[in-house]
Design a protein around this ligand. Structure first.
Ligand code: SF4
Length: 395
């Protein structure tokens, strides 16, 4: 899919979200006029020929909170590029605040053919919303979502973890309440400390302590479970890298917090390791006079890098955590030629209760759910475990 970005600065935003530096940024940005927006979109006409699906995305966060005339101007411009109006764009999407949605706004969005709205819910805990300076309550998200769903929009909800006043419990409760709304997808952004914000000042003065990356990964893994159980896709975790949003780069807007360029992959790798480790722990606890030798994991192609982990961290964790001499990750589903057959290894000791437990596990198909995946994306992870036998213990 080709996404054509159009940034809509919200210079006059009356809110004071503690994590946001849009006022500082927007104050330095000129609002593009109709001709400039059209020219920007037009630049993509040639490239669009290579894509089956083309989307205009209005970025900026508060589209329906900007003055109505400007909304009309942008919507009319985007509408002119829709295929049904002779253009080359399939749809356009915008994001906004929950309290900036009402019947009038919905009528306007419908009139111009918008089909895709994302709401910045951030938290469903009123105390957290207040401490973060959001200026709206959780019910606003529920009400706006209801209106948008009734009007037939594709609904996305953006949430944040680790905001001031939040803890794991409140973030999990937020996910449950968001799941109950039933959006089409969610995005999860662990809170990072951006310079030139209230949160940055609080951080500098010791009033706010951001989560570590490890804590944020663990929490997001649990949130993904909640959304997956509700059949809701998690389409993004973590801020997207841009010129100024980088980990340590000079001039980075990020001062502290759980930022990582591939945060979503960190969560998926963590899930993969946990899934496999849980299975292995059961075996390790019962291994008696056998020693786990090698491990071959057959992983669906799309999950190989998740299973390996960044810089092979999962491989090392499995080797160190369980004492495997070798860990291989292979694609496919029906065994690895390289691996010694676990059946052979176990043949002579079939009656051994502990060995049988291992054998049963080798035959087991372990469900490995891709975080955020809809039910039909459930993958099967085959685990092949080789065992070696220790000498009989001496009396
Ligand atoms: S995040 Fe908050 S302060 Fe920033 S533009 Fe949106 S509403 Fe305004």
């Amino acid at each position: 899919m080709l996404v054509i970005p159009v940034f809509v600065p919200h210079a006059g935003c009356p809110n004071n979200c503690c994590f946001c530096n849009q006022k500082v940024i927007s104050g330095n940005l000129r609002e593009p006029d109709m001709g400039e927006v059209a020219a920007e979109i037009e630049k993509y006409r040639k490239a669009a020929e290579r894509y089956q699906h083309v989307q205009i995305a209005f970025f900026g966060g508060s589209f329906t909170a900007i003055p109505a005339e400007r909304q009309e101007m942008y919507l009319e411009t985007a509408s002119g590029f829709l295929r049904r109006n002779g253009g080359f764009v399939d749809e356009f999407r915008l994001s906004t605040r929950p309290d900036a949605i009402d019947g009038e706004v919905i009528k306007r969005l419908k009139k111009y053919g918008a089909s895709f709205v994302e709401l910045g819910a951030q938290s469903m805990d009123d105390r957290v919303l207040e401490k973060s300076g959001r200026g709206h309550r959780a019910e606003a998200t529920e009400e706006a979502s209801r209106l948008l769903k009734e009007a037939g929009f594709v609904l996305g909800l953006q949430t944040m973890t680790g905001l001031p006043g939040a803890d794991d419990e409140s973030d999990l409760a937020t996910a449950r309440r968001i799941a109950a709304i039933g959006p089409d997808f969610v995005r999860i952004y662990p809170t990072v400390v951006v310079r030139q914000t209230q949160l940055f000042r609080d951080y500098e003065e010791g009033r706010y302590v951001p989560a570590t990356t490890e804590e944020a990964v663990r929490l997001c893994s649990k949130l993904c479970e909640i959304y997956a159980a509700a059949g809701i896709r998690v389409v993004r975790m973590g801020l997207q890298a841009t010129g100024t949003i980088t980990r340590n780069g000079e001039g980075s807007e990020i001062a502290a917090g759980p930022y990582h360029e591939a945060f979503g992959q960190l969560v998926r790798s963590y899930d993969a390791l946990e899934t496999v480790s849980d299975r292995l722990r059961e075996i390790a606890e019962n291994k008696g006079n056998i020693r786990l030798g090698y491990l071959t994991l057959e992983v669906p192609p799309g999950h190989v890098s998740d299973m390996i982990g960044q810089r092979r961290t999962n491989i090392e964790a499995l080797q160190e955590g369980f004492g495997f001499s070798k860990v291989r990750i292979v694609t496919g589903g029906s065994g690895s030629a390289e691996a010694e057959s676990p059946k052979e290894a176990l043949n002579g000791a079939f009656e051994n209760r502990l060995a049988r437990a291992v054998k049963e596990n080798t035959c087991e198909r372990t469900l490995y759910r891709k975080p955020g995946g809809s039910p039909d994306e459930i993958k099967v992870l085959n685990v092949t475990i080789g065992v070696e036998f220790r000498d009989e213990p001496e009396d």
